[in-house]
Ligand binder design. Structure first.
Ligand SMILES: C=CC1=C(C)c2cc3[nH]c(cc4nc(cc5[nH]c(cc1n2)c(C)c5CCC(=O)O)C(CCC(=O)O)=C4C)c(C)c3C=C
Ligand SMILES: [Fe+2]
Length: 497
């Protein structure tokens, strides 16, 4: 039985502090709320966090933070009405809690990731997929780029560890969900290498999943990463009868989640303690870069989310009495087009010139070890730092299967369950600041609506031009890499091309 209209959360105190963001709309049933009274709720869309509070309190009279839709949206299944009528029931037991969230549904979680070549032979075809738009150029670019990439992958053991780590994260998440009484199957869908997203979707269909939570494994949203995967999913969903009818929701980014922030702060705190003078260490956040045009012209929220993420981690550290200085820079640029600044390599040199002696690198845009942590940071940037006068160098490990982090991902999934099937966002303004959720289509529409002023297409790109995020991504990447090819002959270190 679906929980729509069945949730019988008992007495809920509705107070002004629970509605800080939006005033009660005058034309909806919510306008009848008297903020100082206690109400029973029928057919509601309280998030599982709130249900969780009800459950954990195991008593009546618990407080729930409620959100509402100002008007019933077409197709919105879980909007709620607050009524001053009685019919109070109390949600007390774990099984009630689980029943509401799971019912008879088969829940699936689809982890989206980029994918990486597992062997050196995979490198060129992997690059082909990465640059596969338009295809004739992808072949050319991947062949030219392959030797350089292979060198990198050879130096980290002959392949990317991404698949293995992501599989381990999927299994850890499954267990964490199970421990929280939410039985779910967890799938891995890579964008550019095995197991491809298409393979994961096939498995999801075979398993008869009825509710799917889509969770990109990138803490911050970028059109080049999560956006690209979601665009692919959108196409797959649209063309498949089973999937069109399968309820789903997307957690587009989760860098603001308390558990993630705390897990990052703990890793930093631990690593700082290995320095001879921890309080003098500069915390150096290094994020994967994107071409500047993504942010300035295509409306990528990546930079804003990254900066907010750094602020939140630093706030958490401050609460723990750690007040080190910090800086944020962007790494891994490809080609000479402008990428997000400041660049990691240039910043390291500048910090050395300013007399900084201790640097702790924190990879922040990705939660697994991969070529850019193991080779670029651990080898190239470390070497550059030592050459630049830095005496003490450290690097925070990627989160991987760190338990606090995995538990938090499980909570994110559980909190998203009431939104499965619901159209929770209709535009960016309507999005909640925390854990904005929505269907793939809705979400992309929200981002697309911000992208009205793309520059006119360059002639060479006119073939197949659209304004979609993924195509824009492909075009910019292509532009960058083509420019790179012009400079390819020059003997420059990887970080400077
Ligand atoms: C948040 C993470 C990432 C962003 C943003 C991103 C943007 C981006 N990347 C390229 C080009 C390449 N990326 C490559 C590999 C790669 N990139 C990420 C993450 C982000 N990329 C990952 C996790 C990986 C796989 C790493 C692994 O271990 O296999 C590569 C191939 C490797 C290499 O040759 O350096 C390229 C090329 C562009 C152009 C871009 C933004 C538009
Ligand atoms: Fe990349």
């Amino acid at each position: 039985m679906s929980y729509v209209g069945v949730i019988e959360v008992g007495r809920v105190e509705v107070g002004p502090s629970h509605f800080p963001k939006r005033p009660a709309p005058s034309n909806s049933s919510s306008s009848r709320i008297n903020l100082s009274r206690t109400y029973a709720i029928k057919s509601c869309s309280v998030s599982s966090r709130n249900l969780g509070q009800c459950y954990y309190k195991k008593s009546s009279g618990c407080k729930c933070k409620l959100g509402w839709s100002s008007q019933p949206l077409p197709g919105l299944r879980h909007h709620f009405r607050v009524q001053s009528s009685a019919s109070e029931a109390v949600l007390t037991s774990q099984s009630d809690f689980r029943k509401i969230l799971v019912g008879n549904e088969k829940i699936g979680v689809l982890l989206l990731n980029l994918g990486g070549p597992e062997t050196l032979d995979d490198v060129q075809p992997f690059l082909f997929n990465l640059f596969a738009d338009p295809k004739p150029l992808a072949q050319f670019i991947s062949v030219v780029r392959a030797p350089k990439s292979k060198e990198g992958y050879a130096s980290i053991g002959g392949g990317s560890p991404l698949r293995q780590i992501t599989d381990a994260q999927a299994e850890a998440l499954r267990k964490a969900l199970c421990d929280k009484d939410i039985p779910a199957k967890v799938y891995v869908g890579m964008r550019y290498w095995h197991p491809f997203t298409e393979e994961a979707i096939e498995q999801i269909k075979q398993d008869g999943i009825t509710k799917l939570v889509v969770l990109p494994l990138y803490p911050q949203f970028s059109i080049s990463t999560s956006g690209s995967s979601l665009r692919l999913l959108e196409g797959i969903f649209r063309e498949d009868e089973y999937l069109v009818n399968m309820q789903h929701t997307v957690i587009p980014s989760w860098y603001q989640r308390e558990g993630y922030i705390k897990a990052m702060a703990t890793l930093i705190e631990k690593e700082l303690s290995t320095f001879p003078e921890p309080q003098k260490v500069m915390i150096f956040f290094s994020a994967h870069g994107v071409p500047l045009a993504y942010v300035e012209e295509a409306g990528d929220p990546y930079k804003a989310e990254m900066e907010e993420c750094v602020d939140l981690i630093m706030e958490e550290l401050e609460k723990r009495g750690i007040t080190n200085s910090c800086t944020l820079a962007y790494q891994s640029r490809v080609g000479p087009v402008e990428w997000l600044r400041p660049y990691t390599d240039e910043t390291i040199i500048e910090l050395g010139q300013k007399g900084i002696k201790s640097l702790l690198a924190v990879p922040i845009s990705f939660v697994s070890e991969h070529i850019e942590t193991l080779e670029e940071i651990d080898v190239e940037y470390k070497e550059l730092a030592l050459e630049s006068g830095i005496k003490h160098w450290g690097r925070v490990p990627a989160l991987g299967c760190e338990p606090t982090f995995i538990t938090d991902l499980a909570d994110a999934v559980i909190e998203s369950l009431p939104y499965v099937g619901a159209m929770a966002v209709s535009n960016l303004e309507a999005r909640q600041p925390l854990v904005p959720l929505g269907s793939v289509e809705e979400l992309l529409a929200a981002y697309d609506s911000k992208r009205n002023e793309l520059p006119p297409p360059v002639t060479v790109w006119e073939w197949g031009w659209t304004k979609s995020a993924e195509t824009w991504n492909g075009r910019a990447a292509m532009l960058a890499v083509l420019a790179l090819l012009v400079l390819e002959e020059r003997p420059m270190p990887r970080r400077l091309i």
